[in-house]
Design a protein around this ligand. Structure first.
Ligand code: BES
Ligand code: ZN
Length: 914
């Protein structure tokens, strides 16, 4: 998930007012082609800074008469700005009406002209400029690493999305304004340059420079450009269509074979997507590179995807199954964008979900293709469906198609769970009801129709609507677009209630209501064009049905009841393709619970996971008695599956958060220790079995150690000690995080210092991430406090990692108070260091406040908001969400703490009874 934020908000200026006081460019000028030449100098100046110089000429067609050229530009210093035209080969300078100037608010370079440009002509803008290759991870920036012989090496790399191409050269930096690009990059051997397209020519220049010129790109958006100058090595592979694929990384990483996995799967995934979309890979080559400093996980630049190392490199000897899955999933996600996002791109950022939701969905198809035993389709419900429900049940959520996107901050804030996970969920739901054939046909025709152009969701939906007609699958009752817009244009999602008219009736009544986690929130706020009703594909089945049935629950009117024999239970949203929860009458819930206890395996595993997720959330929302949700956990002592346990642990973690300091925590941890004992004993510490069994072993051992199953922490500590004393780490990669963390949680500074030292010297990024996480597990206050000082010091911690350390500390019951105090105290400082770059302000705020559940904490949070209202950056929405969840947590404790306590103490008494 995205971690990038930027905080360049428009400021009030004394600059002339005009049409440029707008985040959107006018349609007067249309860029056609850019010729861009950049020279990143990797030798630092006397102050340790690095710089790049460049020239650019952008050719534009004049649509409407205008006496201004304005174009995006940020943090560039110009030595020459020259409008030229009109004509085909443009050499004449156009007279300026006074000086060009820079609009700081919306980041424009504005050039006033003496005379209006003539519609139908072509003009150009030639510029010479300089910019800093800074450490801010945006635009063209520098990244550093220590090579195998201990030397510091600097490379130049880029991250443009969403609005930083303008930081590398002046450009019309909006996704719809596609153009072709002729790029050249200067470098000094042994460094070389790579970009979106293959190198066409290398030319020796004075001063030891070589200029690499690249083939012209197809028509593309500026945010997908990529430029890298480095000394890396690579591994190479080809696909059937002779597309050359390369994985670039630091030389020692390539030497250790860490790029091999990505290199093996890339051609397979590309081929699969070519077949799936039925559209060839659009470029002559596919490069992927792992750079040492990177703000997001990865970026889908066309033909040159850039990753953070943990998302591309994998070493089977020291990295875990989930490290491997991360690589496969991110590679699949970014390669999916090569079509979805790159070949076609959203008209404007408000439809970002078209990119991210789509890639987040097909990432499962791509990963499943190369790793069919990983049960990716089952994993979807915990990784995306339940994640989306988690934020979309709050009144502070937003519609998928965003409103009010007026600043770069607001653009950045769209890289959220709604665009990614909810987007993926809606596409998956559509896939299920339109059927595979119509789904693919619609996509294919849509890609063909809009290739190299901009799109919006209406166009996609039109093509699926048509494909349903062509293939003959039943459309939604009021037409595809009308019905699907109920999911696009309003936030939230429904609960479908399926309740027998009476316990003895065979008639099950169906109704819908908006799901809101906060039982006291106004269900009609904020206003929605559909008043929070949806057109719902309700998949359901009775106990004895072999397969699920689809019935539509419409936006208006009362759905017809369905018939179910009184002796049978029924299940809604069977297989969890729907983006809605289901609630039942108590009798049906109890029948389901009985079934799970006698033979859980007759109910599909996604459904089992979703039952747990629905029950706990409905209970939290005051729509279901907590006794039922808790009764539903009892079958977990028999069901060892990762999907069910992960679903349960995700919801139970709420108890850990808000009840961590309550008397409830005693019987709660006893009950969990009881539940997990079977699976813990069954899976043992021996790290074998299928992928998800390996995942589940981590859950089982983690829960066993956390809730006090005898011997667990001792076992972890013993494995750690062996490493600590012998210097040889023979802990299986899958269990390293757990072993490290539980050892550091239960030991002192010697062990912590040992891990800290290992962390400083570790060159494998995934291993480093495990060590980093372990450091956040300490329960010793002074160690936490000392760590906090290290975190913001770039000599110890890469800036890309700082926010996740703070988040992890905040999830540690023993560290969170110290951490939050520190963050509040240092907020201005943190904001000044990271504020104008990238940093997950929203992540920090939500992680560090997620346990808030008292009036006092609420007050504190409100004060925090007031004190920092001007410097919350993209954390503003997160702060509002935090205030809302604190309120609901307070109410939750008042309403449920006692009854949960009673259930748990009774259950433990029953279990412990002789
Ligand atoms: N387009 C994004 C990268 C991005 C994120 C750019 C935020 C600008 C702001 C990329 O496709 C992406 O989604 N990357 C994910 C990984 C993916 C597997 C979910 C990421 O960076 O975490
Ligand atoms: Zn993406």
């Amino acid at each position: 998930m995205a971690v990038v934020t930027s905080t360049t908000a428009p400021q009030t200026t004394q600059e002339p007012t005009g049409p440029w006081d707008n985040i959107r460019l006018p349609e007067d000028l249309v860029p056609i082609n850019y010729v861009v030449d950049l020279r990143p100098d990797l030798e630092p100046d006397a102050n340790g800074k690095n710089w790049f110089t460049g020239t650019s000429e952008v050719f534009m067609d004049v649509n409407t008469a205008t006496n201004h050229i304005y174009i995006h530009s940020n943090k560039l210093n110009y030595s020459r700005v020259e409008p030229r035209g009109p004509g085909v080969s443009i050499t004449t300078s156009l007279a300026m009406n006074g000086d060009w100037w820079l609009h700081s608010g919306y980041q424009y370079l504005i050039i006033p002209l003496m005379t209006d440009l003539t519609p139908g002509t072509r003009v150009s803008l030639y510029t010479e400029f300089e910019g800093e290759l800074s450490d801010d991870l945006g635009g063209l920036y520098r990244s550093k690493y220590t090579d195998a012989s201990g030397n510091q090496v600097t490379i130049a790399t880029t991250q443009m999305q969403p609005t930083d191409a303008r930081k590398a050269f002046p450009c019309f930096d909006e996704p719809a304004l596609k153009a072709t690009f002729d790029i050249s990059l200067w470098h000094k051997p042994p460094n070389f340059a790579i970009s979106n397209m293959p190198v066409m020519a290398n030319e020796s220049m004075t001063g030891g420079w070589v200029k690499s010129t690249f083939e012209q790109t197809p028509k593309m958006s500026t945010y997908l450009l990529a430029f890298v100058v480095c000394d890396f090595d690579w591994v190479e592979n080809t696909t059937i269509g002779e597309i050359q694929t390369r994985i670039y990384a630091r030389p020692d990483q390539v030497l250790q074979g860490n790029a091999d996995y990505a290199s093996d799967i890339t051609p397979e995934i590309l081929k699969h997507f070519e077949q799936y979309f039925n559209v060839s890979y659009p470029l002559p080559k596919s490069d992927q590179i792992a750079v040492p400093d990177f703000a997001a996980g990865a970026m889908e630049n066309w033909g040159l995807v850039i990753y953070r190392e943990t998302a591309l490199l994998y070493n089977p000897d020291i990295n875990s199954a989930s490290n491997k899955q991360r690589v496969a999933a991110v590679v699949a996600h970014e390669l999916a964008h090569q079509w979805f996002g790159n070949l076609i791109s959203p008209l404007w950022w408000d439809e970002l979900w078209l990119n991210e939701g789509f890639a987040s969905y097909v990432e499962y198809l791509g990963t499943d293709h190369v790793e069919p035993t990983w049960r990716m389709n089952d994993q979807f419900i915990v990784s995306d469906l339940q994640r989306a429900f988690g934020v979309d049940g709050l009144t502070t959520s937003r519609p998928i198609v965003a409103e009010n996107v007026n600043t770069p901050d607001e653009i950045n804030a769209l890289f959220d769970t709604i665009s990614y996970s909810k987007g993926a969920c809606i596409i998956r739901m559509i896939n299920e009801f339109v059927g595979e054939e119509a789904f693919k046909l619609g996509l294919k025709n849509y890609l063909d129709a809009f290739a190299y152009g901009p799109v919006n969701h209406n166009q996609l939906f039109e093509y699926w609507e048509q494909a349903q007609i062509d293939v003959g699958t039943a459309p939604p009752p009021n037409g595809f677009r009308a019905d699907m817009d109920t999911w696009m244009l309003q936030m939230g999602f429904p609960t479908v209630n399926m309740k027998r008219q009476s316990p003895t009736s065979t008639s099950v009544l169906i109704s819908q209501e908006r799901f809101l986690l906060d039982a006291t929130a106004n269900p009609l706020e904020p206003t929605s064009p559909y008043a929070y009703k949806w057109t719902i594909p309700l998949w359901w089945k009775t106990q004895n049905d072999a397969a699920k049935t689809l019935d539509w629950v419409e936006l208006t009117g009362t759905p017809a009841p369905v018939t179910v024999p009184t002796t049978e239970y029924f299940l809604g949203n069977y297989e969890a393709f729907g983006y809605y929860r289901v609630n039942y009458d108590d009798d049906n819930w109890n029948k389901i619970i009985q079934q799970l206890l006698t033979d859980f395996s007759v109910i599909d595993v996604r459904t089992r996971g979703q039952l747990l997720n629905d029950a706990f959330n409905l209970a939290r929302a005051g729509k279901l008695n907590y006794n039922i949700a808790l009764d539903l956990t009892e079958f977990l002592q028999y069901d060892y599956d990762y999907i069910t346990w992960e679903s349960a642990l995700d919801e139970l973690s709420y108890f850990d958060l808000v009840l961590g300091r309550s008397k409830v925590y005693g019987p709660y941890s006893d009950y969990l220790a009881y539940l997990v004992t079977n699976v813990y004993n069954n899976l043992t510490w021996v790290d074998d079995g299928e992928h998800l069994e390996q995942y589940q072993r981590i859950n089982a051992i983690g829960a066993a150690c956390t809730y006090g199953v005898p011997g667990c922490v001792e076992n972890a500590t013993q494995q750690f000690t062996e490493w600590y004393t012998t210097g040889t780490n023979s802990i299986t990669p899958n269990l390293r995080t757990t072993v490290y963390c539980h050892t550091l949680a239960n030991s002192g500074s010697e062990e912590w210092d040992f891990v800290w030292e290992m962390y400083q010297n570790e060159s494998n990024s995934q291993e480093k991430a495990k060590l980093q996480y372990a450091l956040t597990c300490t329960q010793t206050p002074w160690i936490v406090r000392r760590f906090l000082d290290y975190v913001l010091d770039e000599t110890y911690v890469r800036s890309q990692d700082a926010s996740s350390i703070l988040e992890d500390l905040c999830y540690n019951e023993y560290a969170r108070d110290i951490t939050w105090d520190y963050i509040r105290q240092e907020w201005s400082n943190i904001y000044n260091i990271y504020g104008t770059t990238f940093f997950s302000f929203s992540g920090i705020i939500s992680s560090c406040t997620s346990h808030f559940s008292t009036e006092f904490e609420l007050q504190e949070l409100q004060e925090f908001k007031q004190d920092n209202i001007d410097q919350l950056g993209s954390g503003l929405r997160a702060t509002d969400q935090a205030i809302e969840s604190t309120r609901t947590n307070i109410q939750w404790r008042a309403a449920n703490e006692e009854s949960v306590y009673t259930w748990l103490t009774n259950k433990m008494a029953e279990i412990n009874a002789p």
